[in-house]
Write a protein that binds this ligand. Sequence first.
Ligand SMILES: Nc1ncnc2c1ncn2[C@@H]1O[C@H](COP(=O)(O)OP(=O)(O)O)[C@@H](O)[C@H]1O
Ligand SMILES: O=C(O)C1=C[C@@H](OP(=O)(O)O)[C@@H](O)[C@H](O)C1
Ligand SMILES: [Mg+2]
Length: 173
Amino acid sequence: MILILIGYMASGKSTLGRILAKKLNYEFLDLDDYIETNEKSTISDIFKTDGEIYFRKKETHYLRELLESKNNLVLSLGGGTPCYSNNMELILSANHTKSIYLKASIPTLITRLKNEKSKRPLIAHIETDELLAEFIGKHLFERSQFYSLANTTVTTDNKTESHIVEELILQLF
Ligand SMILES: Nc1ncnc2c1ncn2[C@@H]1O[C@H](COP(=O)(O)OP(=O)(O)O)[C@@H](O)[C@H]1O
Ligand SMILES: O=C(O)C1=C[C@@H](OP(=O)(O)O)[C@@H](O)[C@H](O)C1
Ligand SMILES: [Mg+2]
């Protein structure tokens, strides 16, 4: 089984994926980390030197590679992974996978993102909380159509990481 965590930036995919994998004694991979390791560069530098379209092509390449080769894995995607190149279709049609949408409200996302913009090139340049809220509102509206196709949805507002992981396990098994 491959459990795939999807959701907007700062919904908790990387953090919760690691905890969930440990609980299930599954391997854990974060697609961003996997891309950085294989490309020998950071996400920010890839965006800077090669551009977003190059990043999206690599994102789809490594997603496909992992879906075809792994099992007993928790895979945390990047916030944009399901939204390009029919990747959500790929995820839903892949054998032995379950996808989970980690859903967080805009105020929660802003609170978590405002101190972590620098490592996310799409928002690193946004200077004020108001502009960040405007960006997230529009971006999340555009992307929700992909996230909501996931096999199951768990909200992450005002819940501890361990509470969410327990909820994930109850929903998945
Ligand atoms: N349930 C939660 N409650 C509070 N903070 C959280 C929760 N889940 C994640 N965070 C925090 O939000 C930030 C983004 O989490 P991260 O796992 O990197 O999200 P993503 O991979 O979806 O972008 C991190 O600082 C993390 O510690
Ligand atoms: O939403 C996006 O398009 C992105 C989200 C990031 O991952 P996180 O969701 O883990 O921050 C990372 O893949 C890149 O900065 C692009
Ligand atoms: Mg992440």
